[in-house]
Design a protein around this ligand. Structure first.
Ligand SMILES: *[C@@H]1O[C@H](CO)[C@@H](O)[C@H](O)[C@H]1NC(C)=O
Ligand SMILES: *[C@@H]1O[C@H](CO)[C@@H](O)[C@H](O)[C@H]1NC(C)=O
Ligand SMILES: *[C@@H]1O[C@H](CO)[C@@H](O)[C@H](O)[C@H]1NC(C)=O
Ligand SMILES: *[C@@H]1O[C@H](CO)[C@@H](O)[C@H](O)[C@H]1NC(C)=O
Ligand SMILES: *[C@@H]1O[C@H](CO)[C@@H](O)[C@H](O)[C@H]1NC(C)=O
Ligand SMILES: *[C@@H]1O[C@H](CO)[C@@H](O)[C@H](O)[C@H]1NC(C)=O
Length: 604
């Protein structure tokens, strides 16, 4: 018979320690051999406010550099059946009537509702009960590296996926409202971040995150898109307030100028579903007026906000919406013009770059020349169209020139103008893909088109299993597999190819079946923690063992959101209740901040 278990004084003290609060980040016993003490901790808020720093001239000075007067006005809101706009200014091509008819002409499917809010919600402090760190996973990374001092760690989101309020306060239609033409969810309401942004930012600051990456919709700032059309006063006020609030809580803003949400203006004469040569979605980037209009829009953003914004992203994943060679070339041209304007015109001291989509292509059999060639083609076509001219001042890659109709070589003047016009090379390295040559070979496919060959234009076979038949990594609800070691290879590839500091612009993991689980189980998202911690640990190895310059990483997304017609692929590090719109922190949010904080990477 065994003696009954009783608490001794010593074990009672130990038990008591379960309730002792500590501060700071997780002790790294693998590095210091410090004994682990059972305890609980609270997340540490970012110190506030942000130390004021100016990155470019303030509005009045910047306006002189812009060169002409900017006219500003306001328009109404448009909700069929709820808002009646009796505009009489039919002679004004930028008036209320013209604005309303943009929405009428867009004729959205089922658009009759707005969300719960019509004005900015005052933020409330985050109760400390929400900020207790969750139990740790039993195993984790064992690296002993710290992040470089100037590393930018942050979280990201994009306007069309979170804002809602699509037709309120003067915003004009974008292609995102037209993206989903069947029964799937639209972007009309999403997270109502347009009115809840202060609360959302509070929640990030309370968790200790320094950088918040968001996008501004072009059609909020310029409802009529084109140069010379009036600026929307309410939109300027909104993003002024948003940026100021980010600074007030102690964070720093990262602004993306376009995140798939092209003005519908560019698409009014072309079918959204016309055949593409590349990308697949028509963002209107190839439109003859696109470059001038985008550059004007970018300059207006700089004029109003560049004094307070340290990091700018011109284009998000442009290839997906480029549609054809003209689209790619216009993106390159517009990006370079804005880089020159920012650094040479405004003497901006922040950073400006782009971020590209590419699930790193790895050869199916790394010892097979054909597979290696296929992987190189796959990566080159997605990255080098931008990286060659904008980083290296080099020609568009042969793979693009020989595959895309209407492609042309850059002149030496263009090459000189484009060279060195990005401060960082952004990638969104969600996962890796296993690549080999297609049936019939690359050459034959490259002479075809999308309507006769679904592998065109990349002309490679993509798979998710290795040459030995295993999945490439742990699978999510979508195309994402957990592939941390390939991330390290990818970072090496980008740095060694384009010699430009690499920013991980987005990375994230939609855990399988998460949306079907109860809230308690959704927030205990161990697979997502494994994704983030393993990716960041491999990033540190790339930095310190391989000498790759990685200057930042942004977790996607700061909350579950509208995933282009879907709410079940949850990439968020917070849950959002679709009825109440309440937000809940997931365990991975605590884990990733703790990981970065323990390695001195939070930037304060
Ligand atoms: C439109 O709304 C109705 C009623 O909510 C719904 O049954 C239908 O599926 C919706 N159609 C589309 C295309 O979203
Ligand atoms: C679209 O077509 C109309 C009518 O042909 C024309 O007036 C308008 O300028 C075109 N818009 C664009 C953006 O090409
Ligand atoms: C930018 O710097 C150059 C060289 O230092 C100077 O001549 C120019 O006036 C500056 N422009 C602005 C807008 O500060
Ligand atoms: C490489 O793989 C291709 C198929 O992708 C195959 O046809 C070829 O025989 C392989 N080469 C070698 C040397 O194994
Ligand atoms: C780009 O910048 C690098 C480093 O400043 C310099 O060595 C190189 O000559 C520049 N390239 C061009 C084409 O201007
Ligand atoms: C959202 O919140 C409502 C009200 O609290 C609750 O009834 C519902 O179950 C929640 N939805 C989910 C998916 O948790």
């Amino acid at each position: 018979m065994r003696a009954p278990v009783v608490l001794t004084l010593a074990s009672a003290v130990q038990a008591q320690q379960l309730y002792i609060t500590t501060t700071g980040y997780t002790a790294r016993s693998e590095c210091t051999a410090a004994p682990a003490t059972p305890s609980y901790r609270y997340a540490t808020s970012v110190p506030s406010p942000t130390t004021t720093k100016t990155y470019a001239p303030t509005y009045d000075e910047a306006l002189e550099i812009y060169g002409t007067e900017l006219s500003t006005t306001t328009w109404g809101s448009w909700v069929p059946g709820k808002t009646v706009i009796t505009a009489t200014d039919t002679d004004d091509k930028y008036g209320q009537a013209a604005w309303s008819s943009q929405w009428q002409d867009a004729s959205l499917i089922n658009y009759t509702t707005i969300g719960q809010y019509t004005t900015t919600v005052n933020p409330t402090p985050i109760p400390s009960s929400e900020l207790v760190l969750p139990p740790r996973d039993p195993f984790g990374p064992t690296d002993c590296y710290d992040f470089p001092e100037d590393f930018m760690f942050g979280v990201a989101g994009s306007a069309a996926q979170i804002e809602g309020a699509i037709a309120l306060e003067g915003r004009a239609p974008t292609n995102q409202e037209k993206l989903i033409e069947d029964d799937r969810p639209k972007n009309y309401v999403t997270n109502e971040n347009y009115y809840l942004y202060k609360q959302d930012i509070q929640r990030l600051a309370a968790m200790g995150v320094k950088y918040y990456s968001f996008s501004i919709p072009w059609t909020r700032i310029l409802p009529f898109t084109v140069p010379g059309s009036p600026i929307n006063q309410q939109a300027i006020q909104h993003y002024d307030d948003l940026i100021d609030y980010v600074l007030e809580v102690g964070m720093l803003p990262v602004v993306t100028m376009i995140h798939f949400d092209s003005p519908l203006y560019f698409l009014q004469n072309s079918s959204l579903d016309a055949t593409a040569d590349i990308g697949g979605r028509n963002g209107g980037y190839g439109h003859p007026e696109f470059v001038e209009a985008f550059v004007n829009y970018g300059k207006i953003l700089f004029t109003h906000f560049a004094d307070r914004v340290p990091v700018w992203v011109t284009f998000n994943e442009p290839l997906l919406y480029a549609f054809n060679f003209a689209g790619i070339h216009n993106v390159v041209q517009a990006h370079a013009e804005l880089y020159h304007y920012y650094h040479d015109g405004l003497n901006g001291t922040g950073q400006i770059g782009f971020k590209l989509n590419n699930n790193f292509g790895v050869p199916k059999n790394p010892e097979n020349e054909t597979d290696i060639e296929a992987a190189n083609r796959f990566n080159e076509m997605q990255l080098a169209g931008f990286g060659n001219p904008l980083c290296l001042g080099e020609q568009y890659p042969d793979t693009l020139l020989s595959t895309l109709p209407g492609s042309f070589k850059l002149t030496s003047d263009q090459l000189a103008y484009f060279a060195n016009t990005t401060d960082f090379f952004g990638i969104d390295p969600y996962t890796a893909t296993v690549v080999s040559a297609p049936p019939g070979g690359i050459e034959a496919c490259a002479r075809q088109n999308m309507s006769i060959n679904s592998l065109y234009p990349y002309c490679v076979t993509q798979e998710t299993t290795t040459v030995h038949g295993w999945n490439i990594g742990y699978r999510s609800a979508s195309y994402v597999y957990i592939t941390p070691t390939y991330l390290r290879s990818y970072l090496n590839y980008v740095w060694n190819t384009f010699h430009t500091p690499v920013v991980i612009g987005e990375f994230g993991f939609p855990a399988y079946g998460e949306s079907e689980r109860e809230l308690q189980d959704q927030v205990f998202d161990t697979p997502r923690s494994q994704y983030y911690l393993s990716y960041l640990s491999e990033t540190l190895k790339a930095i310190w063992e391989d000498g790759v310059h990685v200057s930042g990483a942004f977790a996607w997304s700061f909350a579950d959101n509208w995933e282009f017609g879907d709410y079940t692929q949850q990439f968020g590090i917070q849950v959002v209740n679709r009825t109440t719109l309440d937000r809940f922190y997931k365990k991975s949010f605590f884990d990733v901040v703790d990981f970065v904080g323990a390695r001195k990477g939070l930037g304060y």
